[in-house]
Design a protein around this ligand. Structure first.
Ligand SMILES: Nc1nc2c(ncn2[C@@H]2O[C@H](COP(=O)(O)OP(=O)(O)O)[C@@H](O)[C@H]2O)c(=O)[nH]1
Ligand SMILES: [Mg+2]
Length: 394
């Protein structure tokens, strides 16, 4: 996605909100509020283990391949004994063509890269074969090895525990290993994993000489503060920070800027209703009329926003709002006006008329964020590759 000036200023709003929360909650400390003593201890424990594990699986969010790089690994010296493999997770939520570009970008760097959907069995099988190749190469240089350790390292909520579980389950099933399966806690909220846990991934085959593979799940870590507001906003939108840190409404506004400035909504054209004549000035009013003209949910009950019919209505409303908008989206004020129209249209779709006025936008925001994060509102890669990014190549 190209860097629109308006998108950057919407990202800055989110970053400023995070900074403000950090300052009020933590006024006499230079670290930000999410950086708890627990996260500091986890960062130390992970740093100590990096030199003694065989592989570091540098887990990133495929939607933000650069912004989700773990700060601690950036500082990792190239002389470290462990081998680093970049893993782009949540690839099912990212736009394919952009992920391909990022894979080519990382291929030019020093570290192997693989993209994965932690919930997809076939994908995990392929990832296991890829890891197996690396284990074989290590065994060639150290044939006496009986145990190989791989540590998952990454920001909160990137899917470390989900991936550890999948590797453990699928690895053991394919090696027909007996024994009770363990389970790492997976949660949509950041900060769920509280310690470093080891799960056996099996022998990668039935031959006795094959080494035992263990994958270490770790707590998510972030630096004590994030100076780049664009990075901060992307981390918050994709769920690495608790939503209360930036505020759901600010995050939803940021998401709507991303959506309105992208091409994703164009895929929903066939869902569109015939256009009403909408002038740039009367957008809010016309959208009200437009949505009254369309499907109106039951007045009393707020529909389950994850139902296909509701998701379709959300898409249709967002498509209609942006495609009939006559303003200039490069102008922040006008973009905000479109976002306000989006919120009004979504109140109707989610049937939130009986909700107290001050809570409505908050409720719309929570539902919208949930739909974005479960891939129901398009596929995005928010980081873009620039010529000068070559200097930062991992
Ligand atoms: N769509 C999708 N969701 C995922 C994927 N991996 C993890 N998740 C979800 O992301 C959230 C965080 O996962 P978790 O493993 O707890 O993240 P951790 O904090 O890095 O351990 C959970 O809701 C997972 O179900 C993935 O590849 N695709
Ligand atoms: Mg976890």
């Amino acid at each position: 996605m190209t860097k629109h000036k308006t998108l950057l200023s919407m990202a800055k709003k989110v970053g400023d909100a995070v900074k403000k929360t950090a300052k009020t909650e933590n006024s006499h400390n230079c670290r930000w509020s999410y950086y708890t003593p627990f996260m500091a201890a986890a960062s130390r424990a992970i740093s100590e283990r990096i030199p003694i594990v065989d592989f570091v699986l540098d887990l990133r969010d495929a939607r933000i391949p650069l912004s989700s790089e773990c700060e601690l690994l950036k500082r990792l010296s190239s002389s470290s004994s462990s081998r680093r493999i970049i893993v782009l997770n949540k690839v099912d939520l990212a736009s394919r063509c952009h992920v391909k570009e990022w894979l080519r970008y990382f291929d030019r760097g020093n570290f192997p890269v693989f993209c994965v959907d932690a919930h997809n069995k076939d994908n995990i099988q392929q990832f296991l074969s890829f890891l197996q190749g690396h284990v074989r190469a290590l065994k060639k240089t150290e044939p006496e090895r009986h145990t190989i350790t791989m540590m998952l390292v990454g920001i909160p909520n990137v899917g470390k525990s989900a991936l550890a579980n999948s590797l453990h389950q699928i690895g053991r099933i394919s090696a027909t290993e007996k024994g009770k399966l363990k389970h790492a806690a997976v949660s949509p909220l950041p900060g769920e994993t509280k310690g470093i846990y080891s799960l056996k991934v099996a022998k990668f085959g039935l031959v006795a000489s094959h080494p035992n593979i263990y994958v270490l799940d770790t707590p998510g870590i972030l630096p004590p503060n994030i100076n780049d507001m664009d990075v901060c906003a992307k981390l918050a939108l994709t769920g690495a920070l608790d939503d209360s840190v930036a505020g759901e409404k600010e995050l939803a506004q940021y998401f709507l800027s991303v959506l309105n400035l992208s091409c994703e909504y164009q895929k929903w054209e066939k869902l569109s209703t015939p256009k009403l004549p909408i002038s740039s000035k009367d957008d809010n009013e016309a959208l009200h009329l437009g949505s009254l003209d369309r499907e109106i949910p039951n007045k009393e009950v707020s529909p389950d926003h994850t139902k296909d019919s509701v998701v379709r209505s959300v898409r249709r409303s967002l498509f209609d709002a942006v495609s009939s908008f006559k303003g200039n989206l490069q102008d922040e004020e006008e973009l905000l006006r479109l976002i306000q129209s989006d919120f009004i249209a979504l109140r109707n779709v989610f049937n939130l008329h009986t909700t107290p006025e001050e809570d409505i936008d908050q409720k719309v925001a929570v539902k919208l964020l949930n739909l974005f994060r479960t891939g129901r509102l398009g596929h995005y890669v928010l980081d873009s590759i620039h010529v000068d990014d070559g200097d930062n190549l991992a």
